[in-house]
Design a protein around this ligand. Sequence first.
Ligand SMILES: Nc1ncnc2c1ncn2[C@@H]1O[C@H](COP(=O)(O)OP(=O)(O)OP(=O)(O)O)[C@@H](O)[C@H]1O
Ligand SMILES: [Mg+2]
Length: 353
Amino acid sequence: MNKWARWLQSNGPGRFQLAYKGGWDAFVNAAPRRDLDVLTRAEMARLDEVSLEDYNEARMVWNANLPTVKTHQLAAAFAVIDQVMASNRRDSDRLRGSVVVDAAPGLGKTTIATRYARDFHRRIMRRNPARTTSGHQRLPVAFVPLSAGMTLKGLNQKILAFYGHPAADRASSARLGALAVDCVASCETQLIVIDDLHFIDFRHRNGQEVSNHLKGLANEMPVTFIYVGVRLKEKKFFDEGVLGPDAAYAQTSRRATRCEVAPFDIGTTPGAKAWTDLLRAMEGHIKLAEAQPGILTQHAKLLHRRTQGHIASLTNLIDRACYLAITTGAETLTADLLTASTVDNAAHSATRN
Ligand SMILES: Nc1ncnc2c1ncn2[C@@H]1O[C@H](COP(=O)(O)OP(=O)(O)OP(=O)(O)O)[C@@H](O)[C@H]1O
Ligand SMILES: [Mg+2]
């Protein structure tokens, strides 16, 4: 077996199931990928067919996993979450606040929440034994991604499923909520991330039930919640679905701190600098025989036009352009290649308008 096939065995795409404690734990403790040497064209020409295929596959895995960059958006969101988490040090009979990461699709919301929660998890595990005083597995973080048509029962089942609780599918609705509270208490969970909260319609009765239940959980559990979703403000999450003057009575609005995530805007000098900084942080990662410093930054405007400054569209475009650079033998990213690479549908429609 050649060295790239061996590399692929231990560095292939990670398949973390973050919605279950085992998968979350694997994500938190995953070792970084081992670095790969870049071969020159001459060295590549000397490889046999199979080795070249494996080398290219290994580079594609590497290139498709750009590092998480400490963007301005990520740093600003972390600062807000840090402040809200300051109340996490309150005694458990006092209510903690919550954070709502609320923005359009593909701006790095889930990345912000999972990276914050991962750092938090590692810190708590460093300071505490793996078992709680009551002998349960310590789980400082629970990650609960929602899906379409979420009901109260479904939410509790998702929480229990994270903890691997055997009653997740069996218990009655009323019992599920109590079991969820038990899991959180016995595993000493301090932070719960609820992702894709936009799957709940807060104007509908089901959604209002979930919203009330979330408030109830926040009352009962000594945890801070990070809620993540698309356009939650427009979806009336903060007003708990209530319209008109009564919306002022919505407790969520008082308890939750909203954290927006904006796309990159190169219309201002600091904005343009932030975009170039992002591209610079990513370009060092790209493994192509003729990748040079500036491989991305020199195309800053083109990349912005094709992605409208949405980080998810950018990483997709770079993955695909790197793939084309390898398969066509270009071994670098030219303007033609970046233009030829496909982007997601939203970025494509926006570029044409
Ligand atoms: N800070 C970052 N550094 C590098 N890449 C990032 C960063 N944030 C996001 N990305 C890239 O953007 C992609 C989408 O990010 P993420 O899933 O966090 O966005 P999202 O806002 O949650 O999207 P959705 O609205 O679809 O849920 C990630 O897979 C990653 O490739
Ligand atoms: Mg997301």
